[in-house]
Design a protein around this ligand. Structure first.
Ligand code: PHE
Length: 338
């Protein structure tokens, strides 16, 4: 045993490191928790009494010399070793990339689909005035249809509110641009609704507006059929049901065939075979006139959809609240969709 210790002592005495790494390695080997010295001190018990003195002296010497080497060399290579450890040619690690939020994924896909038929995105303020959100859209003051959109008013002024739909952006766009107009307004909207699996007080909308000479309801139907097929698959069918919106006449609500049960009926489509995705219609001439467009010369169609609703159908999400909680376990599932 004494032999081994002497060999170690020799190793320590002749230690002549070339890098910080070697010093660290040396320190761990001899002075570390599981290092040689602790091993030797543990073995000390089993050394016969008569050799304890000599043995003890050598181990102590070993410890002192090892510590002295570390003290001498530690830190002397710092800059040099740091430089050599950086490999500038190494590809960037992608391990910790986040994932896109499913609402962004759905939004980008919707925008992309309409881009291909000439629609470009326009944006506007989330804090709106009454005129852009309601009056211009054929909803005069005291009109009962205002109740359809539970509005958050800004307390200090009854004229200022959080926009309840992105149609307000379309109003602004019509005021600033001449037909032909082909625009998509995308963004956050606010309604004073109780939060549940199907509704939230904040959500995202994408609304489309096309104004030109001779735009017809058939054009609207065709654009929406194209959208539904691109978004939900080639076999998707659409169904239009008559509806009412103050800013469009005629108006309709659009359903897509349920691709979960192939329209046979399931609990997602409530056994109807269809799922509602958006509202639409021909722009009311009053709206065109309010925004400075000659309604004798031009006609147009408009549609509006909730992005959450589309994302729920597309990704099979049953509770809308998940989109707002930002639980990484939920969000991570969309990693591959980037
Ligand atoms: N703005 C309507 C809403 O938020 C949707 C819509 C847009 C309906 C355009 C018809 C035409 O409910």
């Amino acid at each position: 045993m004494l032999e081994t210790v002497k060999e170690l002592l020799q190793e320590v005495n002749s230690f002549n490191p070339k890098s910080e790494k070697e010093v660290d390695f040396f320190r761990l080997k001899f002075l570390g928790k599981k290092g040689k010295l602790n091993e030797l001190f543990a073995d000390f018990k089993s050394v016969p009494n008569e050799s304890k003195k000599e043995f003890g002296q050598v181990i102590n010497m070993l410890k002192q010399n090892a510590q002295a080497k570390v003290d001498t060399y530690k830190g002397t290579f710092e800059t040099e070793s740091n430089d050599s450890e950086i490999d500038l040619t190494r590809p960037v690690s992608l391990d910790n990339l986040g994932s896109r939020h499913p609402i962004s994924l759905a939004r980008n896909q919707i925008v992309d689909i309409f881009n291909r038929i000439g629609f470009t995105v326009s944006e506007g303020p989330e804090i709106e005035d009454d005129w852009h959100n309601f009056t211009a859209l054929n909803l005069p003051e005291e009109h009962p249809a205002r109740d359809m959109q539970d509005t958050f008013f800004i307390q200090t002024s009854p004229d200022v509110l959080l926009r309840t739909h992105t149609s307000s952006v379309q109003v602004r766009y019509m005021q600033e641009n001449k037909p032909p107009i082909r625009t998509l307004s995308a963004g956050r909207v606010y309604r004073n609704e109780a939060i549940s699996a199907r509704a939230h007080c904040i959500f995202h909308q994408i609304e489309g507006l096309y104004i030109n000479k001779n735009v017809s309801f058939a054009d609207l139907k065709q654009a929406l059929l194209y959208f539904a097929k691109e978004m939900f698959g080639e076999k998707t069918k659409i169904r239009l049901r008559p509806s009412f919106f103050p800013f469009t006449e005629p108006s309709a609500e659009v359903d897509v065939s349920c691709n979960i049960c192939n329209s046979k009926g399931c609990n997602v489509c409530k056994y109807t075979g269809y799922l509602e995705i958006l509202g639409c219609g021909m722009v009311d001439p009053n709206v065109l006139e309010n925004c400075g467009i000659d309604s004798k010369k031009y006609t147009g169609y408009a549609f509006g959809m909730g992005v959450e609703r589309i994302a729920m159908l597309k990704y099979g999400v049953k509770d809308l609240r998940l989109f707002f909680e930002n639980d990484v376990r939920f969000l991570k599932q969309f990693d591959k969709s980037i």
